[in-house]
Design a protein around this ligand. Sequence first.
Ligand SMILES: C[S@@+](CC[C@H](N)C(=O)[O-])C[C@H]1O[C@@H](n2cnc3c(N)ncnc32)[C@H](O)[C@@H]1O
Length: 225
Amino acid sequence: MRENWSDENYAAHYNRLYATPAEEFQACLDLLALGPEDSLVDFGCGNGDFLALAADRVASALGVDLSGPQLEIARTRLSGRPGVEILQSTFLDFDPGARRFTRGFSRKALHHLTDSEKELFLARIGPAFQPGALFLLEDGMFFGFEREELEANWDVLVAEAQAYYGDSWEAKKPDILHSFRNEFPTGVRRWERIFEKAGFTVTERRARSSFYGTLLAVKRQGNEG
Ligand SMILES: C[S@@+](CC[C@H](N)C(=O)[O-])C[C@H]1O[C@@H](n2cnc3c(N)ncnc32)[C@H](O)[C@@H]1O
């Protein structure tokens, strides 16, 4: 099924096949070390799975996503929680305005941007992060090669994905191969340079597989890029 986040059938397909166990989000909460003073933003918050766990631990939580059907679920789940804002916007249209963040999170979402779009997006949001702010990115990313080297590494990558997904490979294969080729998971070194330019330093890298993992970045002092 081709990806279309404005289509409620696609959103339901995603929620059914890729529902995330709460432990996975818990690991993200631990890495972000959320506290009661924090202002959190979740880019690509989807149906609000992460925000639902995080919102009570922070002073404010903003979810940004383009998907009407997913945001409807998020709004219903989070209604009445103080300090929570759910905003329908594309990443590239998002303008932080006067908002300031101490924690940023994005899971399985920023690979939808090309590398130059990632750069534009990070440059736009970077100034809204306080010095010392943490940004946790969990997404498709290549740990062993750069995106330009995708074709040369294709057969090994597909074999690794098949082994990684095991019994669910056949059901997930079309989405995964589509994501590798037609979306924009990029090399970890490229991601690090993008963060660096936007004023962040990547301090931790964790590979869950050769094509998926997390980067934890810290916002540097001052506004230097
Ligand atoms: C694979 S889901 C991940 C949802 C959630 N973060 C999770 O981990 O389950 C990707 C989300 O990114 C959103 N998204 C994709 N491209 C986007 C864009 N250009 N601007 C804003 N949101 C986008 C989709 O609507 C979708 O909710």
